[in-house]
Design a protein around this ligand. Structure first.
Ligand SMILES: Cc1ncc(COP(=O)(O)O)c(C=O)c1O
Length: 387
């Protein structure tokens, strides 16, 4: 390996949300990585920082080209320049789109369990989250299409927020599933916003399927929020993009992004994104291998030492999803207990809506030694919990 992912830069005392914890605590919750970024990203940021004026920034041609090249090379998906819009983040895009494309009292459909902040974007804007729980059978997930169609057919359903790949279950939706989602949404006049922020964090050799790449229907009724922030660990830079092939839809979304003041980059957003997309492919691929090995370690450890806990087999994200329902369905009580007794800080599954009860989410984008430490703490927590 060219990069040393075992050697973590210390993050305590760096204003990190994740590491703002007690001395003995091991934080494996919020979705950022403990790895140093790819050298080209740090170089681009330092170069920009060395110029002593930090005024308003514009979006340069190379930013568009970097996304176009990246999606062509890695996903064989041709994005046209005018489909691409800058936004300061995926959550700002989601909240802004909810405000523009739906009205108070409308329903926004979610396949659950799903990223909890979707609920905030919906409820803070006085809309309703219409939950469609995924089917969970034999430790794997699938979409309950009849239930989804029932939700979409409501007069009040205006928007579906899809998570592709899905946080927290780590599932990549297939071309067939994405095509069926598009067909049903078109039939019921529901717009699809596909959050693809985890799209690049996939198992080595596996690629996610961009919702818009599937067919013309999906391009007509959908748009995608994408970002380099998860895959390249630059969430604190606040940068993302939106792909919107449909011209009318694009005009609406852009108007609201401007109204909400999330359409302008900070000085580091463009150079950091371009360096990630153009010059950091080798880092990305090694990081994916490292994360996969961490996952393999956890799968092996649980099978051997805690067979009643099942880590769901995943193809994406660095967020493991562990079924603890044989021990307890009260994931909140167990995760608080584990944190208090062992310092292991995980996210309770019920944070992610219907179907998350009896699960834990564990962020394994850290060193293998931290992952090993986490497994031992988990084992200890269970033995105390059983007493
Ligand atoms: C599915 C999903 N969407 C969006 C975000 C956050 O996006 P941003 O930081 O660009 O607002 C996260 C962060 O964990 C996420 O998991």
């Amino acid at each position: 390996m060219k990069y040393d992912f075992d050697a973590l830069p210390p993050r305590r005392g760096t204003d990190s949300i994740k590491w703002n914890v007690r001395e003995n605590e091991l934080p494996m919750w919020i979705a950022d990585m403990d790895f140093a970024v790819a050298p080209p990203i740090q170089k681009a940021i330092l170069e920009r920082a060395s110029h002593p004026v930090y005024g308003y920034s514009d979006i340069q041609e190379e930013w568009y080209q970097a996304y176009i090249d990246f999606f062509r090379d890695r996903h064989s998906f041709e994005i046209q320049k005018d489909w691409l819009i800058f936004s300061t983040g995926v959550v700002p895009t989601i909240s802004s789109s909810v405000r523009k494309l739906t009205s108070p009292g409308d329903e926004v459909v979610l396949l659950t369990p799903v990223y909890n902040i979707f609920y905030n974007s919906i409820r803070n804007n006085l809309r309703f989250a219409k939950e469609v729980p995924l089917r969970y059978f034999a430790n794997s997930y699938s979409i309950d299409f009849p239930l989804l169609e029932e939700a979409l057919s409501s007069e009040k359903a205006k928007l579906l927020i899809l998570c592709n790949p899905q946080n927290p279950i780590g599932k990549i939706w297939s071309e067939e599933e994405l095509s069926e989602i598009g067909r049903l949404c078109k039939k019921h006049h529901v717009i699809v916003l596909s959050d693809e922020i985890h799209g690049e964090v996939t198992k080595p050799g596996v690629s996610y399927v961009p919702f818009l790449s599937v067919n013309e229907t999906n391009k007509e009724i959908g748009f995608a929020a994408i970002s380099v922030t998860k895959a390249f660990n630059i969430a604190g830079i606040h940068t993302s993009a939106i792909i919107i092939p449909n011209k009318e839809l694009r005009a609406e979304v852009v108007r609201q992004l401007n109204t909400d003041e999330c359409a302008e980059p900070n000085v580091f957003a463009i150079p950091a994104s371009v360096a990630a997309l153009h010059d950091s492919h080798d880092w990305l691929d090694e990081m994916r291998e490292y994360v996969e090995r961490n996952k393999e370690y956890v799968y092996g450890f649980l099978e051997k030492n805690i067979p009643s806990f099942v880590a769901i087999k995943q193809e994406a994200t660095y967020l493991m999803w562990i079924d603890i329902s044989k021990l307890t369905i009260d994931d909140k009580a167990f995760s608080s207990f584990a944190r208090e007794k062992t310092g292991l800080f995980l996210t309770p599954g019920s944070t992610y809506g219907k179907g998350g009860e009896g699960f834990l989410r564990m962020n394994v984008a850290t060193s293998l030694s931290n992952v090993k430490d986490a497994c031992l703490r988990l084992l200890k927590a269970i033995s105390y919990f059983r007493k």
